[in-house]
Structure formats: C-alpha cells, structure tokens
Design a protein. Structure first.
Length: 338
C-alpha cells in the first residue's frame, strides 16, 4: 500500500471520528451586491444589495469543516439570547450537529458583517463584546464538558481572543483530559488554534497550530529562514510542553516539529490563493480528524495541508468536502525534513 493509499484510507475513517470544538463562536454575515456609482453624500460606493448570507464563523466554522469532511462533532461556546443566536442554532442543527454545548450568555452573539461588490470586499463591520463570560455562563460550559467529554475522540480549542478561551475553562479542560487519560491509558488529543496572548493556557496540548506571524510573536523571534523557524518552533514547544508545533506559512506551506526535534517541511498544494479566510479553521479540523482516525502527526499534517490548499482557492468562509480532499491527495503530495 502506498503513502497516498494510507492517507485515503484515513480519510475514509473520518466518518467514525467525533470531535469537540471549544471556542469563540461567530456568525459570518455576507451582504452581496453591485456598485455603479459613488454616493453624493460622501466619497464612498453605493452598494445595491442583491442577497445576504449567514455562515458559521470562528469555532463554528471549524465544526462546519469537520462535517464537510465526513466527520461528526459538537460545539461548546457562548452565543447571545438574540436573533443571530437563534440563526446560529439553526445553522448548527442543519449540519446536523447537537446544540447542547451552545450556552446562551448575557452578551450578544458575535457577528462579522462583510459587504462584497464585484467580488471585492467593500467594508467589514463587527458587532461583539469581548471579555471573560459571566460565572454562570462559565459554569454551564464546564458542566457540559464534565458530562460529554468522554464522547469525543479529540478536542479542538479555537481561540479568536473574544474571551471564551479563558483561564478557568482551560484549567478544568486540562483536569478532565488527565482524568480521562488515567482511565484509558492515553490523553485525549488536544489541538489548539491559538492567539499569541496567554500561551501558558495551552500547556500540555498535543499540537499547536500558529501561523508564521503568530509563531514569531509567541517566541519573540523574527522568522525569516528555516534556522529561525526551527528555533521558534523549539521555543514554543518547550514553553507549553506540547508534543508538536505545526506552523502554517501561506505560500511556503507548513512546518512540523515533533519530539524527535526534526523540522519537517510540507510544501503548499494551493494552485491559486483567492481568500485565506478560515484556512486556520480548516487546518485544525482536518488535523483533529486525522489524529482521531489513527494517523501519525505527520500524516495528519499532510492531510491538513491538502485541505488548506483547497480552501484558500475559495472566496469567503469556506469549507472542504471529503471528495475534494481525496481528489487533491490523488494528484500527489510532497514532504521533506531537515
């Protein structure tokens, strides 16, 4: 059996995987239209709106990618007691995914609205309240983890710096992972798509997936070549005592550092890059599905790289299907190590 056959077989096992996604939930609103004139009131385009679309964003887009790739999962996070919160619940049910982990908090649902005309984004406006959720909301999230964590084969933490990924929540998640590990002989895989602040919250993660800029900020090092990349990866791995660091590098592909201290480069598979929105979500989703399906870290990273190469060729908050991933795998792969 060839390496590609092994990867295709792993993708076939995605349907058996059940992944929990924890993090900041966002509704991505797209307002599509055309521009034919400039406003007489100010030097701005007048957009004639043709249609509107609501999509799962933030950690909810990670869940959408999991289902698109043939897996199953659930979402744990905070939404508002408002119309957009209702819409988001409908979108999650349509996947179809359970909604017990969606906690109605005191603040409104986070919404990112993008106005797009002639294929170009004209403006984006955000409606959000940041900060740690209330004690009542946190207790509801932790209660969900305590009751349901045993159902999942991997956990993704998707941190968009809105406040849901906070100290109290992560401490309890780490405790529950240790308890499960003691019972089953291994720790539940934890995949973290981080922001550079509060890196210590992710100590003990299985793998962390920063982009090149985030890795530079986390390590305090400039990253311009592979030697600097290796040094930064080592610093991050040692700082949070994780098993692996996977740095996404845009057109340069990805680099993976595991406990063997060998830096592995996975070249990009993207043919054309139209929009990088949500690419990190796709990487986290595919990586988690790979690990939950029995892949090595390296094979899971190769799958994630192919999935990312597909999604950046799409416009907007996009996802990748299992058929698209299989087709990309059959067209070939590349990997090299230092």
């Amino acid at each position: 059996m060839t390496a590609i056959d092994n990867l295709l077989e792993a993708v076939g096992r995605f349907e058996q995987a059940n992944i929990l996604v924890i993090g900041d939930i966002i509704v991505d609103q797209f307002i599509w239209g055309t521009v034919t004139r400039i406003s007489p009131e100010a030097p701005v385009p007048v957009v004639n709106v043709n249609r509107e679309e609501l999509l799962l964003g933030g950690s909810a887009n990670v869940l959408k990618n999991i289902y698109s790739l043939g897996g199953r999962g659930a979402l744990c996070g905070v939404i508002g007691s408002d119309l957009m919160g209702d819409k988001l619940v409908e979108l999650v049910r349509d996947l179809p995914a359970p909604v017990q982990g969606l906690v109605r908090g005191e603040r409104p649902t986070t919404v990112k609205s993008r106005v797009v005309a002639q294929g170009q984004q004209v403006v984006r406006f955000d409606r959000e309240e940041r900060g740690v959720p209330s004690r009542k909301t946190l207790e509801a999230m932790i209660a969900y983890l305590e009751q349901h964590l045993h159902e999942f084969g991997a956990v993704i933490v998707s941190d968009y710096s809105k406040g849901v990924v906070n100290e109290s929540l992560m401490i309890r998640l780490h405790q529950l992972r240790r308890e499960r590990g003691n019972g089953e002989g291994r720790k539940l895989p934890l995949i973290v798509d981080p922001k550079p602040v509060n890196l210590h919250r992710f100590v003990g993660a299985t793998v962390i997936t920063p982009n090149n800029l985030e890795a530079s900020m986390m390590s305090g090092m400039e990253i311009c070549d592979e030697q600097q990349l290796l040094a930064a990866s080592r610093h991050i791995r040692e700082e949070i005592d994780c098993e692996a660091v996977l740095i996404t590098r845009g057109e340069a592909g990805m680099t993976l550092l595991e406990e063997d201290d060998r830096l592995v480069t996975i070249p990009t598979t993207a043919k054309e890059v139209f929009d990088v929105t949500g690419a990190g979500d796709t990487v986290a989703a595919t990586l988690a599905l790979g690990l939950a399906s029995g892949c090595s870290m390296r094979d899971a990273a190769v799958l994630a790289n192919h999935a990312a190469g597909i999604v950046v060729g799409k416009v907007g908050t996009a996802s990748v299907s299992r058929d698209e991933l299989c087709e990309a795998l059959q067209s070939g792969t590349g990997i090299r190590g230092k």
